[in-house]
Ligand binder design. Structure first.
Ligand SMILES: [Zn+2]
Length: 453
């Protein structure tokens, strides 16, 4: 009896202290009123509801929410409240062309510029990104600790690539094979890429990447446009290597995303159990149908292929320009087919190489408009991308709430925009002008509403 009273008292004390202190810091609360809501999933706006944010989550959505004086109230002025945007394919650290970022500049310079890239990404309304490769872990840590502003990051960290594949970035004339000469490759040293060949090596590379905190594994599965050494048509890795990579990721409870252009490469990845195909432009109708059947995501980018060679600020060598034009030809076809077959489509940009190129991120909305309706695009950039990122399972860095939706229990990552994105998606291409409030995890990063003045 005495023991059970003591146990009860200790328990009660713990509950009381938790209630008082809410873990460590007292929780702030914000009530958003006078808004129309796009919840990320519905086909129409929800009217007549208020949204209460407590701490970093949406606590309640109801017609009338009573709050005390410590709650900050924001009048949304009748504008649209929507989920924060998600970009499913960024490279925040790639603020210079790959080879220069790795081999030419000081790592601290690259990190400093990438910090600014992250801030700008958030200020364009992207509250979450899936980073498709690059040593982004330190930047993510500083953002999550609230030291610098930036989006939530699902990091892939080092690319896994075969020798001579898309992740083998050294273009210098003085290149020495690391394997045969014992010369350290800076790309390994700073966690940009691991070139691994054969089943034991790829297993090791995946384990290294997962050890570094990656939420998913990024593999180079085919030739590329910008790659220094690989023609576009080549398949990288063998089915046995790809299956081993997928198996290692699965054991860790997560999934693999593969850079793949050619049909053969896409098909091999899909058959090996890869869940997210990056680019995938040359996939045949049969392969796309197989992707649909297996629930594999097509994570493609419209902006890059809406451009012409001369539109890129950086001069393109002739062989790269030829590869680009070949991929561009396939782009239109694949979007049409993906839509026809009802594939799961991610919204991503793959804008990298300089801050100026990264700054074109929001133009993806404009480029997508050629193929998809405003509502389709809006869902891709919010709830669908949220669903894709959830494939990281327990390896998600943000496992306590949903992303890409406005609903009770979801992370309070939200925007207020001064128009109806269901009818005019292009306003999201002008974030500075039209995004009036940016909230991530309950914290406000921008507010140009009356309440912010
Ligand atoms: Zn990429």
């Amino acid at each position: 009896m005495y023991r059970s009273i003591l146990t009860y008292s200790v328990l009660l004390f713990t509950v009381m202290m938790t209630a008082v202190y809410g873990g460590s810091t007292p929780q702030t609360s914000t009530l958003l009123t006078h808004v129309r809501i796009f919840d990320g999933k519905s086909n129409t706006l929800i009217k007549g509801k208020q949204v209460l944010v407590v701490g970093d989550k949406v606590a309640k959505i109801a017609a009338k929410i009573d709050v005390n004086s410590s709650t900050k109230v924001i009048d949304g002025e009748g504008m649209v409240l929507m989920p924060g945007l998600i970009d499913a394919h960024t490279h925040l650290m790639v603020v210079k062309p790959f080879d220069q970022a790795i081999y030419t500049y000081e790592p601290t310079y690259i990190a400093a510029v990438a910090t600014e890239a992250a801030r700008r990404t958030l200020m364009r309304g992207f509250t979450t990104v899936r980073d498709a490769g690059g040593p982004v872990m330190g930047l993510k840590r500083a953002i999550d600790e609230g030291i610098v502003p930036g989006p939530r990051i699902f990091p892939s960290n080092a690319f896994i690539s075969q020798t001579g594949g898309h992740g083998d970035f050294d273009t210098s004339m003085t290149y020495l094979s690391s394997y045969f000469t014992g010369q350290m490759d800076k790309a390994y040293l700073f966690g940009w890429t691991y070139t691994a060949d054969g089943v034991p090596e790829v297993r090791k590379a995946v384990r290294e990447v997962l050890r570094s905190g990656a939420s998913q594994v990024k593999v180079m599965g085919s030739g590329s446009i910008t790659g220094a050494h690989d023609p576009l048509d080549v398949v990288e890795y063998t089915p046995a290597e790809m299956k081993a990579i997928v198996q290692e990721a699965k054991k860790w409870g997560t999934y693999v995303m593969v850079h793949a252009y050619s049909d053969k490469a896409v098909r091999m990845a899909v058959e090996a159990g890869v869940k997210s195909i990056e680019h995938g432009l040359m996939a045949s109708p049969e392969t796309l149908k197989l992707m649909k059947k297996k629930g594999v995501w097509l994570s493609t980018q419209c902006l890059n292929y809406s451009k012409n060679v001369e539109d890129f600020n950086v001069p393109m060598p002739a062989n790269v320009a030829a590869k680009f034009n070949e991929a561009k030809k396939s782009a239109e076809r694949v979007y049409g087919l993906a839509k026809k077959y009802g594939l799961k489509l991610a919204w991503g940009t793959d804008t990298f190489g300089s801050l100026e190129v990264q700054d074109t991120e929001s133009d993806e909305f404009t480029a997508r408009k050629k193929y998809f309706t405003d509502l389709e695009i809006l869902k891709q950039a919010t709830s669908l991308n949220g669903e894709l990122l959830a494939l990281s399972g327990k390896r998600s860095p943000y496992p306590d709430g949903k992303l890409g939706v406005v609903e009770e229990g979801a992370y309070a990552d939200m925007l207020i925009v001064d128009g109806n994105p269901l009818k005019d998606i292009l306003m999201l291409a002008k974030p500075k002008q039209h995004i009036r409030l940016i909230m991530k995890g309950g914290k406000i990063y921008k507010n140009t509403l009356q309440s912010g003045k």
